[in-house]
Design a protein around this ligand. Structure first.
Ligand SMILES: [Cu+2]
Length: 386
C-alpha cells in the first residue's frame, strides 16, 4: 500500500464560506434546473461563488496505481495541491537504475481529483537538490502554457498559481521546461481527473496507470545506472516502454487485483514523450471507453489509442477469474520493452463464458504423411504465454 494523503477540510473557512455560498449559489441552481440540458460554464459563471469565498480544502492525492476517492461535494471549492519536483535515482528494471526527474517522488506523479468548476491552487516547490528548474503544464487548465510560466521554479524555490477547472475530463500534466522532451522522458508527468459536476457512475475498483517511453544509453536490460540518450529520444527509439515508470510496476507481486463481478475503471494516461499507446487488456473487452478522456463514450472496444500527452478512461466488468495482461498492443513494446501489467481476478469460474482446454488430440490432415504427425508430448507451452 502506497502513501495516500488524506483530505483535510479547513473547518472554520468551510463553515463560513458555506453559509455565504448557499445564498450565492441558489440563483444558479434555479437557472440550471430551468434549463439543465443547455447549461454551460459561460451561462452559469455570473452566478458562481467568487474564488475568494470558496471553501478551501486540501486535495486528496495518490501515488499510482491508487486513485483518490470520488468527490461527494455538490458545490465548487478551492482545492489546494502541493507538488514537489525531485530528481532521484530509482530502479527501472532488475539491475537497471535510472536518474528520474519526478513530481512528488515517483513516476507518474500523484493523481489529482477535482470537481468541474473547482479552483485549483497549486503550491509548486522545486527541491533544493534539483539540478535544473521545473514547472507544470496542466492540460486541464485554460491559459498561458497550462500554468507552465506561472510555475517555472528554480531549485530551492516555491511558486504558487491557480486555475479554474472549466471542463470535465481526464488530463495529463507534465513538466514543460526546455528541453521539454527530456523533462518528460525523465518521468515528469501525471494525471488530473476533473470530475463532471454530476460525478461519475460508481464502480468497484479504480486504478491509475500511465504509460511512458524511456531512452537509455544501454540497451534494454543493460545493467547499472543508465544515462538518458538524447539521440534515441529524438529518433523516437526507446529502450523501455513501461506502465507507471518501471518494468513490473503493476505486474507480479505488484499486480492490480479485483474479484469476479467487479466493475473496474482504469484512468490511463500516456506521458510519452513520443509513442502513441494502443492500450489493450488481454482477455477483456472495454464495456466503456471515455474516448481521449473526454465526454464521448464508446462501447465494446478492444484496444483504445492514447496519444502522447493524452488519456482515456476504460471500464469493464470482470466475469471470470484469471490474470488479465495490460499491454501496449504495439506488441514488441509489451514483450520486449516492458509495457506489461497484470490485473489478477479471483472468484468463481464460469465455463459458460469460457472453458478451460477440453481436449488435446492428434490432428492428421489428409495432405500430411502419418509419420510427420506431432504428438502432444513433444510440444511445450511457449515461455511468454499469457
Ligand atoms: Cu522538469
Amino acid at each position: 500500500m502506497k502513501r495516500q494523503a488524506l483530505a483535510a477540510i479547513i473547518a472554520s473557512v468551510f463553515a463560513l464560506a458555506a453559509c455565504g455560498q448557499q445564498a450565492a449559489e441558489k440563483p444558479a441552481a434555479t437557472a440550471e434546473a430551468a434549463a439543465p440540458a443547455t447549461s454551460t460554464v459561460g451561462q452559469s459563471a455570473a452566478a458562481e461563488t467568487p474564488a475568494g469565498e470558496l471553501p478551501v480544502i486540501d486535495a486528496v492525492v495518490t501515488h499510482a496505481p491508487e486513485v483518490p476517492p470520488a468527490i461527494d461535494r455538490d458545490h465548487p471549492a478551492k482545492v489546494r495541491v502541493k507538488m514537489e519536483t525531485v530528481e532521484k535515482t530509482m530502479k527501472m528494471a532488475d539491475g537497471v537504475d535510472y536518474h528520474y526527474w519526478t513530481f512528488n517522488g515517483d513516476v507518474p506523479g500523484q493523481m489529482i481529483r477535482v470537481r468541474e468548476g473547482d479552483t485549483v491552487e497549486v503550491e509548486f516547490s522545486n527541491h533544493p537538490s534539483s539540478t535544473v528548474p521545473h514547472n507544470v503544464d496542466f492540460h486541464a487548465a485554460t491559459g498561458q502554457g497550462g500554468g507552465a510560466e506561472a510555475t517555472f521554479t528554480a531549485p530551492g524555490r516555491t511558486s504558487t498559481f491557480s486555475f479554474k477547472a472549466l471542463q470535465a475530463g481526464l488530463y495529463i500534466y507534465h513538466c514543460a521546461v526546455a528541453p521539454v522532451g527530456m523533462h518528460i522522458a525523465n518521468g515528469m508527468y501525471g494525471l488530473i481527473l476533473v470530475e463532471p459536476k454530476e460525478g461519475l457512475p460508481k464502480v468497484d475498483k479504480e486504478f491509475y496507470v500511465v504509460q511512458g517511453d524511456f531512452y537509455t544509453k544501454g540497451k534494454y536490460g543493460a545493467q547499472g545506472l543508465q544515462a538518458f540518450d538524447m539521440d534515441k529520444a529524438v529518433k523516437e527509439q526507446p529502450e523501455y516502454v513501461v506502465f507507471n515508470g518501471h518494468v513490473g510496476a503493476i505486474a507480479g507481486d505488484n499486480a492490480l487485483k479485483a474479484k469476479v463481478g467487479d466493475t473496474v475503471r482504469m484512468y490511463v494516461g500516456n506521458g510519452g514523450p513520443n509513442l502513441v499507446s494502443s492500450f489493450h487488456v488481454i482477455g477483456e473487452i472495454f464495456d466503456k471507453v471515455y474516448v481521449e478522456g473526454g465526454k464521448l463514450i464508446n462501447e465494446n472496444v478492444q484496444s483504445t489509442a492514447i496519444p502522447a500527452g493524452g488519456a482515456a478512461i476504460v471500464e469493464f466488468k470482470v466475469d471470470i477469474p484469471g490474470s488479465y495482461t495490460l499491454v501496449d498492443h504495439s506488441i514488441f513494446r509489451a514483450f520486449n520493452k516492458g509495457a506489461l501489467g497484470q490485473l489478477k481476478v479471483e472468484g468463481e469460474e464460469h465455463p459458460e463464458i469460457m472453458t478451460k482446454k477440453l481436449s488435446d488430440t492428434e490432428y492428421k490432415p489428409a495432405d500430411v504423411p502419418a509419420t510427420a504427425a506431432v504428438s502432444a508430448t513433444n510440444v511445450s507451452a511457449p515461455k511468454n504465454a499469457y
